[in-house]
Each structure stands twice: as C-alpha cells, then as structure tokens.
Design a protein around this ligand. Sequence first.
Ligand code: ADP
Ligand code: AMP
Length: 213
Amino acid sequence: MKIIMLGAPGAGKGTQAKQIAKEYDIPHVSTGDIFRANMKNGTELGNKAKEYMDAGKLVPDELTISMLLDRISQEDCGKGYVLDGFPRTIPQAESLKEALSKRNEAIDYAIDIEVPDEVIEERMTGRRSCPSCGATYHLVFNPSSREGVCDACGAALVQRADDQPETVKKRLAVYHEQTKPLIDYYEREGVLKCIDGTQKPEDVFAAITEVLK
Ligand code: ADP
Ligand code: AMP
C-alpha cells in the first residue's frame, strides 16, 4: 500500500503516519526527518537544507525529489510506504507519479488531514520532539509522562527551531501557496480521502483505517 499524507504543517501527519506504518507494517518515510538526520550528521545535504528549513521555506525540489525517490527505491519500501511531508509541490507530485508509472505503480491513497489554521498554530508551538528517536509530543494535547523527557527513549525533548511562532506563520503561508494545490491534484487522480483532523488522535486514526479498508 502506497499512501501520501497531506495537510498543513502541524495537522498531525507524522502522528498518524507513525501509527499507519505500525498497523500496516510499511516504512514511515518523512522528508522532514531525513533532512533533520542529515543536519544532525552535518552532511552537505543537511547544511543546504538547514538554511531553508530555519527560514520556514521549502527545500528546493532538485534536492528533495532525488532524495525521496532514492529512499523509496530501497528494499524495505517494496511492499509500500507512507509518505509524510512529500510531495509538497506540484513538480514533486509529478516526479513521483512519473517515477512510479515507469514501474507500473501508482499511489493508492492521498489522505488529507484537515485542520483550520488557528488550531495549527497552537499545535505547532506546543509540539515537542525527541531528537534521538523522533517521537513527538504536545505540551497540552499529548504530554510526555515526565515533562521534557521522551517516554520512548528517555532523551531530553526539544522544540524544533522551525516551530517558533514567527516561523510557523511563514510555514503556513508557504503551505497555502505551494502545497494546498495538491489536494485538487490528488482529487483529479482519484485517490483523495479527506479526514477531519480536529478530532482526538485516536479518532483521526480510526477514521483513516476506515478509509484504508
Ligand atoms: P505534522 O507531522 O503534520 O507536522 P504532528 O503529527 O507533528 O504534525 O503534530 C503536530 C503537533 O500536534 C504535535 O505536537 C502532536 O502531538 C499534536 N497533535 C497531533 N495530532 C493531534 C490531534 N488530533 N489533536 C491534538 N493534537 C495533535
Ligand atoms: P516537516 O518535518 O514535514 O514539518 O518538514 C520540516 C521542513 O523540512 C519543512 O518546513 C521544509 O523546509 C523541509 N521539507 C520537508 N519536506 C519537504 C518537501 N517535500 N519539500 C520541500 N521541503 C521539505
């Protein structure tokens, strides 16, 4: 099963993608996580991506597309994957479609998690992330058992640099301008499923599994 998660930054794509990956035993492929891992390791790609990410902008397509296509050509993606944060532009979606069609493959579902902007700002500024294992929490909606400590691995939680209020505003504007057109794109492709993302995480997940049946 090949699934794309659509939705504004902070809509809950990562939260849901992690659960989908577990439930269907497919890899969770997050371009944001791949860029952050590259930044942490100080790679050339990471250094280039950092500049854009810190400014709340999209990393250029020429860096992002090849990285993603390379990732999904790896063996563990053979029986499918859930893409989180890709595509974010129409050229990214077109490149993905072209690469898949060469192998007689196509995306099965594009799941749009719908959340209004007012709710998004609160979600992103309260998000706390584990730099070690990638788990995500929210100060109010999904707190860790011990404040500031990851339940999964015990590392100290951090606030992502791009989750500061000013950067959040910029990222939301970028989403509306460059990423939201993908909703119409995947509707035309006949694979779009819309989910109310304002529900509790477990109810969002139940709605998604209903759609994937
Ligand atoms: P995205 O991957 O779309 O950027 P995340 O999955 O990281 O979004 O979620 C953003 C923040 O909102 C996180 O702090 C997460 O814990 C919280 N969150 C996710 N889903 C919900 C939900 N349904 N209700 C309330 N908070 C949520
Ligand atoms: P995310 O973890 O999905 O919220 O992504 C964090 C940041 O990484 C984004 O704000 C972008 O700067 C960059 N990024 C992640 N995925 C993409 C993508 N598909 N295209 C361009 N930039 C991306």
